[in-house]
Ligand binder design. Structure first.
Ligand code: AMP
Length: 819
């Protein structure tokens, strides 16, 4: 509840102003009627506002409960006294009624004219909006009317569960607001043939009953109420990240965010349940989690489809040891079929099966037992993966002696059995050696298998760990293990968007066969590179390719077989976060900023769970897309730091981005997920201060010294206390006392769910005392003015705050205790 009314009156939201786009222009033929002041015909002319009917479309997140412009029959509104408000019974050019009410008793004393709407159901909404379009006469333009003429009217409401509330007394209505015109009109305006139509919107809530009445009270103005629209707001049903979010009526409080869970679209699953937040304005904010198409299904326009099953399987030649099959392409391939997978096993022996892969639509399964029934299932694979298996088809091999009772078969059987035994032995040996194989009895999906054996690293199912590409003798092998090779002809380069250490970064498009075209970023390796440069350049792809998370930049693939060598990633429309925030200083709500931080923390939680330490987490290394989703980028080993212009050599010879790095990592190169948490705290500070440089112009040496002495960055301006506390927690000297990334994610989720917890800001005086506590020791006595001292410690920006808080002289500063 906000505003001036006793209950429920919403604040003013002027949406349109007289003279705006929806100002009706009066045709010359009718302009003359405006010369007769204060009479019915004057208002009749206003009915040209029928033109408003062309402007009726409401935004998709507004649901009308009443729109007087669209009611075809009687509105059923009541005016009392009877000679107050009057309805103008006009019709528009389509003979549809136009419900305009006018009153103009400006010459008479003590006016109290009420206009009551009929009962309006709120349809379950607890905050409703009322949009009024009206014109109001300028009292100064009225000859002799000044004493009694008013330029406002009042709007009220009364809640009731049914339509029986009409007989209530005036004093039971609750005032919403006094409505004044932004633009009143005079006779001169009428001469210009431009009507000044005002649009005012008020909101009321929380509502607790099923519906309400509205009432308009005139106390002596000259008004034409051209239309009344009552609506509530909803976040309209959307599909994001393959999850369906239902139509959601916004909350009762104008700052409330409703957490809404999404449900995965058909054929998709999630291990990070999708959620979004519905704001009071009917916007979806802060998407969390996502669904992913099940194996074999491809994401297409927010749905998952896969190749449909193979249905038509026919047997060909059948012998005692072999069965030939053929089939047709599935009815709906949904892409280009790359190959078929044929699974078969002896009936009732399903645990021991064989997989054959074929690019053709026919195969011959050999080495079968005579006179045995075999079960076959076939599935197709497109670039998106496998479709589901066909139904089971059963075929029986012929008996040994079916064709001829010929004893000469026996040696052949003996040879077959021997070969079979040898093959089995080879296969067991192969499996025991822990090597991968493309033809496997245990696993059908090579992707899944890749998860289990990686270059000798045995991985437990479900626990993914990062593999350092340095452990590969041949770095090219690592790239091809983790990154898809892309044909250069699938890439269209459009423009240069940045400069990386190894070459230009461009934007462009990627069109893979059977997939829809994607916008991508393309990093190129400049010509004349050394082998080490090529290895380091592609090292980033080997790392990035191991990650799959909505808050980690996604690798599409690499081009290594032609020149220039390229790394292709998803395109992030808003580029790097620090530049983006600087460009949009002060433009976001706290919730939006926390949403960005939540995304970064979720990405970092994923990396730390994988056992990857980033070492160079900073806003410049976060990319942000058009939905304000932040993703961690810039992966590499030593390269990252070589590449980073912020990195400086430490006394131990390493190159480290000092301002972002935890003291133990600077002092003895102890880089861990806990040192990443320190850097995350600095990123929080950068985000809340819209891309400010941490420690401003202090030198790296001063930063190291100050941090070592216990100094911490002061809170950014207007920073929620809860966020600053989290930053301080990330900057605990003892790295074990810092929060873990999963705790940070949980904490930010809590803040997002309860936005009122973000309303308490770190106040200016505590920011001042932080500065004093940290810098009191830096010899304030040597300076003539507070400004000079603050400049000297690179805190000149705080001079104004010191003055405001009464620290205008160095004497006053010297008196300040830590408390
Ligand atoms: P990097 O070499 O990764 O630091 O990239 C250099 C610059 O290119 C970044 O600062 C961004 O402005 C831009 N950039 C890199 N990757 C992307 C991407 N995926 N989408 C959009 N811009 C990018």
């Amino acid at each position: 509840m906000r505003g001036s009314g006793p209950r429920g009156a919403g604040h003013r939201r002027t949406q349109g102003r007289g003279g705006g786009d929806d100002t009706p222009r009066v045709p010359a033929s009718l302009a003359g009627c405006y010369s007769a002041p204060l009479k019915g015909p004057l208002w009749t002319c206003l009915l040209l506002c029928a033109a408003l009917r062309t402007l009726l479309a409401s935004p998709s997140n507004e649901v009308n409960l009443l729109d007087s412009r669209t009611v075809m029959g009687d509105l059923g509104w009541i005016a009392f006294p009877k000679n107050g408000w009057e309805e103008i019974g006009e019709v528009d050019e389509n003979y549809a009624p136009i419900h305009t009410y006018q009153v103009c008793k400006v010459m008479e004393q003590n006016q109290n004219n009420w206009l009551l709407t009929s009962w309006i159901s709120n349809e379950g909404a607890s905050r409703i909006f009322i949009e009024l379009k009206f014109t109001l006469r300028d009292c100064n333009s009225l000859p002799g009317g000044l004493g009694t003429c008013k330029e406002t009217f009042n709007m009220y409401y009364f809640e009731s569960d049914d339509e029986n509330g009409r007989s209530i007394k005036e004093n039971q209505y609750i005032k919403i607001d006094t409505i004044a015109a932004d633009e009143s009109f005079t006779e001169l305006d009428l001469g210009d043939r431009v009507m000044k139509l005002n649009t005012e919107v008020r909101d009321v809530g929380p509502l607790s009953k099923k519906g309400f009445y509205l009432a308009f009270q005139d106390v002596g103005a000259c008004i034409a109420l051209v239309s009344v629209r009552v609506y509530y707001k909803k976040c309209p049903s959307v599909v994001r990240h393959l999850a369906i979010f239902p139509d959601t009526i916004t909350g009762a409080d104008s700052s409330q965010l409703l957490e809404v869970s999404g449900s995965c679209v058909n054929h998709s699953v999630t291990d990070d349940p999708p959620k979004m937040h519905c704001s009071a304005e009917g916007e979806w904010l802060v998407p969390i989690g996502k669904c992913m198409c099940k194996a074999g299904y491809e994401e297409k326009n927010g749905t998952c489809q896969a190749p449909s099953p193979v249905t038509n399987v026919k047997k060909g030649k059948i012998a005692k040891n072999s069965i030939s099959l053929s089939w047709q392409e599935p009815d709906r391939p949904n892409g280009i079929i790359l190959e078929y997978e044929i699974k078969y096993f002896e009936k009732d022996q399903e645990t021991s099966y064989t997989i054959i892969k074929s690019k053709e639509t026919s195969i011959t399964a050999e080495g079968l037992k005579p006179a045995s029934v075999y079960v076959f299932q076939i599935r197709a694979r497109t670039a998106a993966g496998y479709g589901v298996f066909s139904r089971r088809f059963e075929f029986e091999t012929t008996p040994v002696f079916a064709a001829s009772n010929d004893q000469s078969q026996i040696p052949i059987i003996a040879v077959s059995v021997t070969v079979g035994v040898i093959l089995l032995a080879v296969m067991i040996g192969f499996l025991l050696s822990g090597r991968r194989c493309g033809y496997s009895k245990a696993k059908q999906d090579p992707e899944e298998e890749k998860m289990h054996f990686h270059n000798g690293h045995i991985k437990l199912p479900g626990v993914r760990t990062y593999i350092d590409p340095h452990t590969y003798e041949d770095p090219n092998q690592a790239v091809h293990e983790f990154a898809k090779e892309i044909e250069a002809s699938c890439i269209t380069i459009e423009r240069v968007i940045g400069a990386g250490e190894f070459g230009e970064v461009c934007s462009g498009r990627l069109k893979l066969p059977g997939k829809r075209e994607l916008p991508v970023a393309i990093k190129t390796l400049k010509v004349g590179y050394t082998e080490k440069q090529r290895r380091d350049f592609l090292g980033e792809a080997s790392i990035m390719g191991q990650f799959d998370h909505p808050n980690i930049i996604h690798l599409e693939g690499v081009v290594t077989k032609s020149k220039p060598v390229m790394i292709v990633t998803e395109y992030m429309e808003n580029g790097s976060l620090d530049t983006f925030l600087k460009k949009n200083d002060g433009q976001f709500t706290v919730i939006q900023l926390v949403g960005m931080l939540r995304g970064i923390a979720a990405g970092m939680k994923y990396l730390s769970d994988m056992g990857y330490v980033h070492r160079d987490l900073a806003a410049r290394n976060i990319l942000i897309n058009s939905n304000l989703v932040c993703k961690v980028s810039d992966f590499g080993l030593s390269r990252v730091l070589e590449d980073d212009p912020e990195a400086a050599y430490t006394t131990r010879g390493g190159k480290i981005p000092i301002r972002w790095t935890a003291p133990e990592a600077i002092a003895f190169r102890k880089f861990t997920s806990s040192s990443d948490v320190w850097s995350y705290g600095i990123v929080m500070w950068e985000v809340v201060s819209y891309g400010e440089r941490p420690y401003w112009e202090m030198t790296n040496q001063d930063v190291i010294k100050a941090v070592e002495e216990g100094y911490r960055l002061p809170s950014p301006m207007d920073c929620p206390a809860a966020l600053y506390q989290l930053m301080l927690d990330c900057w605990q000297k003892d790295r074990n006392s810092r929060p873990k990334f999963d705790e940070i994610v949980n904490m930010l989720d809590k803040l997002i769910r309860n936005p009122s917890s973000l309303k308490t800001l770190v106040n200016a005086s505590s920011r001042v005392s932080t500065l004093l506590a940290e810098h009191g020791s830096l010899g304030s006595g040597a300076y003539r003015s507070v400004g000079e001292w603050l400049e000297a410690i690179k805190m000149g920006r705080y001079t104004e705050i010191f003055m405001e808080n009464g620290y205008s002289s160095m004497d006053a500063v010297a008196q300040v205790t830590l408390e």
